[in-house]
Each structure stands twice: as structure tokens, then as C-alpha cells.
Design a protein around this ligand. Structure first.
Ligand code: EPZ
Length: 426
């Protein structure tokens, strides 16, 4: 299994190009199932997760043309050979569950494994299922599978989500594009990836309005056409490198960054005393920190436009070297502090109390062997390692490869010293 060896203590200087957003790409890929015409996605991130979904789509009969390393992916779902997504595939990546709604809307039936829990919490899909039921689907949950049928097609409905769910909002939106009549999603998630999905669906001939607000209206249409869509830039990748630059110190410019989508992160960095210059027109964010102390800042994760849960671990790594005590509250997932004990191995002083982590800044972190537990947790260890004195070995980096494209190349391009070594026993 691959590991990363990181020698810390080097300032970062240079620029980093932001890749396409994983969490947008995964839903856009599922949208190909709604049409018999080809969907071409550009600015596609080459990641374990997006490659994995392309294999699942191929197993359903989608023609996938996506040469290795290419940022353009062509998906043609002219005919589906199966509407079953098995446990083995959905278990490996939760976003695979999103093939259910499009297949149900187009074919009138689909059988998809329940995803099960994961390292950051139980993560049920009850809101997704309630939305399909409200649209008239007949659902049975048997032997770990959801068997969904809507023989006469889905019908538009008003769905009021009891709390905000990104996945349920996107999934209901996908399915509603081909339902009969109007669907209204209330208390919808407002994440930028939802607006990106709506843009693509509208280019495919759907009638979606209000995406990016908490009320989304979808007027169902008979059929959708193919299109070409560029995946929005990855705000979490951009935010991660911003924190890496802040933690290691130096001067880094993020190119092609979704500036507006990152305002909560920019605020938190500025409060901590980091110089952050944004230019929305040029899509750049410049991060500078030269030896000044970092102030401790409290953050609370919230649905967009609040501080994103997907940047919580990275911010904790940064706060572990701040001058003071920071309280970090995780409100989205119940078990998303697995990085805290690993950061402590590097010398951080973190106490977890239920939903809160109390991070007392220390003067220095020191390199140590650590283990990644999930995608964002693993990159928080990389950030801490860049700021630490000496060498850190990060194990189980397959988590990193799920969501960060060419991470070593991007950071080493700014002067980091990160080496990937393979084949060693855990
Ligand atoms: C998406 O997950 C992202 N994943 C997550 O990114 C991200 O952390 C999360 O949104 C929040 O921003 C993808 O886009 C592939 P939710 P999702 O539905 O859609 C509960 C990463 O690291 N819930 O908004 O699964 C749920 O358990 C990943 O890239 C229900 O109870 O998140 C959670 O506590 C991790 N029932 C909360 O809602 C449901 O039916 C919010 O989850 C659905 C969700």
C-alpha cells in the first residue's frame, strides 16, 4: 500500500491550479442516465472516485469514453443493459447510490444497494427515499437493497426536507427532471455543486429554477438531450491548499478558484491573521503568511454558505499551531473527528468532547507516523506534516487518492517535499 513521506518546515511559494470538483462531477456523471444522448463533461478530475463511478456506469450499459489522465469524459447511455447497482459497488463509494433516481425516472424501475455507514457516521438515505415516495414511487427495502418502481412514471410533488441534505436535494432534483408536473424542493441544500448540477440539467433541456436557494422548482419534461458541461472548480480542494499554505507559511496563489463559494473559509483564514487576497474576476485566491502568529478562531460547520464540514479537518490542522485555543464544532456528521488523535501524534493538543474539539495551539508539531481514516482527515495530516519539524509518514493514502488529483505534484510545485513510496506492509 502506498504511503507518503513528508519532510516539513518548508515554506510554500508558487501557484496551484484548482481541479474540477469531485462532489459535482459525481452527480453530473449520474445525470447521463437521464438521456439517450451523449453527455460530455470537461474539467473532469481524475480521481479514484470518479473513475470508480465510470466503471459502475459502464456496468449498467453506459458507453464511457474517458482516456486515462484526460479531463474530458464522454458518457452515452443510449441503452441501459441493467438497472441494478450491486452492494459491492455502492459499498465502496456512497455516491453510487445516486444512480437510483435517474434510472427510476427514465426506466420506471431500479434496484440499488443501500450504501451503509462509513468512517464519518451512519449516513442514512431516508430523505432520498421519502422524496421518491412523494413522487409516487413504490419502494421496498429487502436484503439491503432498495427496489424502486414507478410503472407509470414519477409525478411531481412538493417535498419539504426536515433538515438540509446535499445528497437528497441533488438526487430528488435529478429524478424530478423527468417526472410529470412540477416538483418543489423546500429547505433544499444551497451548496454550489447543486447550482452546477442544475446548470447542466438545464442545458440538457430540463426546467430547473432556484438552485442555490432553499426552494428549487423543477418542471418535469418528456425527455432530455445530451450536452457538454464543464465541471465547476473544487472549492474543497482550493480551501485545502489555502490552509496548507497558511500552515506551512509562504505565498501561494490558487488559480481557477471558486472565490465566492469559499467566503466562509476566507473569513476564517482572515480572522486567524492570514493575508488572503481574492479576485473573483480572475478566479484567484492569494494566501500569504510570513512568520506571523496565527490567531485561534472558532468554527462551526454548517450547510452552505456556512463553514464546510469538508474543510473542518484541515482547519483543525491549522488551528493546532495557532496562538490560543480554538473550539471547532462539527454539526453535520456525528463521527468526523477521527483525525484528532492522529494530529495529536504529531504533537497537537486536541480534546474531543462530543460535537466539539478543543484545540490548544502548540508552538511546534513534530513529524511522526500517522494513519489516514477518510479523505479529508488524510489531507489534514498532510497539512500538519507540511508545518511540522522533521519527517511524517502518512499511511493508507488510498483515501487521499479518492479526492485529490495530483496532490504531491501540486504541493511539490510550490516547494513542498512529499514523496510517495509504495509496496510496504502497513
Ligand atoms: C455530501 O454528502 C458530500 N458528498 C460530502 O462530502 C459532504 O461532507 C456533505 O455533502 C455535506 O456537505 C458528496 O457530495 C459525494 P448530506 P451527503 O446528505 O450528500 C444526514 C467528502 O469528503 N442525512 O448533506 O451524503 C447525514 O447523515 C464528502 O467529499 C440523513 O440523515 O451529505 C448527515 O448527517 C464526505 N438522511 C447530514 O444529513 C438522509 O437521507 C448531511 O448529509 C441524508 C442525509
Amino acid at each position: 500500500m502506498d504511503r507518503l513521506l513528508i519532510t516539513g518546515g518548508r515554506k510554500l511559494k508558487g501557484s496551484i491550479a484548482v481541479s474540477g470538483a469531485k462532489n459535482s462531477a459525481l452527480k453530473l456523471m449520474a445525470a447521463c442516465l437521464l438521456t439517450r444522448e451523449p453527455l460530455t463533461l470537461t474539467n473532469m478530475p481524475n480521481l479514484a472516485d470518479t473513475r470508480f463511478l465510470s466503471q459502475l456506469l459502464a456496468s449498467l450499459g453506459v458507453e464511457v469514453y474517458w482516456p486515462k489522465g484526460d479531463s474530458e469524459c464522454r458518457l452515452n447511455a443510449a441503452e441501459l443493459s441493467s438497472t441494478i447497482a450491486p452492494y459491492e459497488q455502492v459499498r465502496k463509494m456512497r455516491a453510487s447510490f445516486n444512480v437510483l433516481g435517474p434510472m427510476l425516472a427514465r426506466e420506471g424501475h431500479a434496484t440499488v444497494s443501500l450504501p451503509g455507514g462509513c468512517a464519518i457516521g451512519a449516513r442514512p438515505v431516508d430523505l432520498h427515499l421519502k422524496a421518491f415516495e412523494a413522487m409516487g414511487a413504490d419502494l421496498k427495502v429487502e436484503s439491503g437493497y432498495v427496489k424502486a418502481a414507478a410503472i407509470h412514471g414519477l409525478k411531481g410533488a412538493t417535498i419539504v426536507f426536515p433538515f438540509v441534505s446535499v445528497g437528497a436535494t441533488e438526487h430528488a432534483m435529478l429524478a424530478a427532471t423527468l417526472a410529470k408536473g412540477e416538483t418543489i424542493l423546500e429547505n433544499a441544500a444551497r451548496e454550489p455543486e447543486i447550482a452546477d448540477l442544475a446548470d447542466c440539467l438545464n442545458k440538457m433541456g430540463a426546467k430547473v429554477s432556484g438552485a442555490g436557494t432553499s426552494t428549487i422548482r423543477i418542471e418535469g419534461v418528456e425527455s432530455l438531450n445530451g450536452t457538454t458541461h464543464s465541471v465547476m472548480p473544487d472549492r474543497i480542494e482550493a480551501g485545502t491548499y489555502a490552509m496548507a499554505a497558511a500552515a506551512a507559511g509562504g505565498d501561494v496563489t490558487l488559480e481557477g478558484a471558486p472565490v465566492q463559494a469559499l467566503s466562509a473559509m476566507v473569513d476564517a483564514l482572515q480572522q486567524s491573521g492570514v493575508t488572503v487576497d481574492t479576485d473573483e474576476g480572475a478566479a484567484t485566491i492569494r494566501i500569504q503568511r510570513n512568520g506571523h502568529d496565527l490567531k485561534a478562531v472558532n468554527v462551526d460547520t454548517q450547510p452552505h454558505p456556512g463553514f464546510p464540514t469538508d474543510l473542518q479537518a484541515q482547519f483543525m490542522a491549522l488551528m493546532s499551531i495557532s496562538d490560543g485555543t480554538s473550539i471547532i464544532r462539527e454539526n453535520i456528521f456525528e463521527n468526523r473527528f477521527m483525525h484528532a488523535p492522529e494530529l495529536s501524534r504529531l504533537g497537537a493538543d486536541i480534546q474531543v468532547r462530543g460535537k466539539e474539539a478543543v484545540v490548544k495551539g502548540v508552538e511546534k508539531l513534530r513529524g511522526a507516523p500517522v494513519m489516514a481514516t477518510d479523505l479529508r482527515a488524510s489531507v489534514s495530516l498532510v497539512i500538519a506534516a507540511l508545518a511540522a519539524e522533521g519527517e511524517t509518514e502518512v499511511r493508507r493514502i488510498y483515501h487521499l487518492d479518492r479526492g485529490f488529483e495530483r496532490l504531491e505534484e501540486k504541493l511539490n510545485g510550490c516547494g513542498a517535499d512529499i514523496r510517495r513510496v509504495s509496496g510496504e506492509e502497513e
